[in-house]
Design a protein around this ligand. Structure first.
Ligand SMILES: Nc1nc2c(ncn2[C@@H]2O[C@H](COP(=O)(O)OP(=O)(O)OP(=O)(O)O)[C@@H](O)[C@H]2O)c(=O)[nH]1
Ligand SMILES: [Mg+2]
Ligand SMILES: [Zn+2]
Length: 276
């Protein structure tokens, strides 16, 4: 039979076939080569084979992620560099990034339209409120294996709970976030939701600001979808889009066709990549 590993606990794996969930062990050989939540496997009484992965995240350990919901809100204020890093990371790994703006119930229109204008040519956006249970547009996007990322307290766990209709993930306030000790042993697992799965990482940001992008400085521009049209106007193939004159990106920014905040975050991430 075939199924998906949705949980891993002390040598036992929960395999979801779509009809049943079996809790079984894996062959030593299979375990030796790595077996992760998110792996599609073949099994009899034990797991006998792991199918080839489309991607693998190490922290948290998760295989075959299809979509990453990058959550932002008004409190805390959006960190556009982190959002852009997560977009780049997703695209590098073959994951579809979607920006989810949460807490629309307490967010002013001004910030909403600012975010729309920054990302309109770059990535899909969804506006939701976990508090009010307004998560319909997000639910529609849950297909395959999905996960949430973003700053602490933007509402990732609240969104997971709103989607699942139960208190599955731990919601905290900022003061409680300091005492994280007892949560660290909690593992990543997948929850079934509609046509797909949601990864819950138990109160931690899925990916954080210390994220290391596995690319060279020359490659960064390719992972800015809103830059692509203008790359052909760069005179040199190896252009890093830092010096005007021969650069289509800088010209695009100057003409207001490329968003300035996106370009500034590009420069910031570029300098990090160059400094490595
Ligand atoms: N007004 C409002 N508050 C919200 C909404 N969603 C979450 N919150 C509140 O924001 C705070 C943080 O929510 P969490 O769901 O714990 O945030 P998180 O992103 O999981 O935080 P970490 O686990 O630390 O990464 C809580 O006090 C929630 O009640 C929303 O849609 N509207
Ligand atoms: Mg959380
Ligand atoms: Zn250029």
């Amino acid at each position: 039979m075939k199924g998906l590993v949705i949980k891993k606990n002390a040598g036992l794996y929960d395999i979801d076939t779509g009809k049943i969930v079996a809790t079984i062990k894996a062959l030593g050989n299979v375990k030796k080569h790595g077996l992760y939540v998110g792996d599609y496997v073949e099994f009899t009484e034990v797991i006998t084979k792991v199918e080839e992965r489309k991607n693998l995240l190490i922290r948290p350990p998760l295989a075959n992620l299809d979509k990453l919901f990058i959550v932002a809100s008004s409190i805390p204020k959006p960190d556009f560099v982190l959002i852009d890093k997560l977009i780049v990371y997703s695209l590098v790994k073959g994951i579809e990034p979607i920006i989810v703006i949460n807490k629309t119930d307490i967010m002013d229109e001004c910030l909403q339209s600012e975010i729309k204008s920054i990302y309109k040519d770059a990535v899909k956006m969804i506006f939701v409120s976990a508090e009010k249970g307004e998560v319909g547009d997000l639910k529609k996007e849950i297909k395959g294996i999905t996960a949430f990322a973003g700053q602490s307290a933007v509402g990732k766990s609240s969104l997971i709970n709103a989607l699942l209709g139960k208190e599955q993930a731990e919601v905290g306030d900022l003061s409680k976030k300091v005492e994280r000790g007892k949560q660290t042993t909690r593992m990543t697992c997948l929850y079934r939701c509609d046509k797909g799965y949601i990864a819950d990482t138990a109160g931690f940001s899925l990916l954080d600001a210390t994220l290391v992008l596995p690319i060279t400085p020359q490659e960064l521009g390719r992972y800015y979808p809103d830059f692509l049209k203008y790359l052909q106007n760069c005179k040199f193939r190896s252009c890093l889009h830092e010096i005007s004159g021969n650069c289509g990106i800088i010209e695009g920014v100057r003409q207001g066709k490329i968003n300035k905040i996106r370009y500034e975050s590009y420069l910031k991430i570029l300098s990090e990549l160059k400094g490595r």
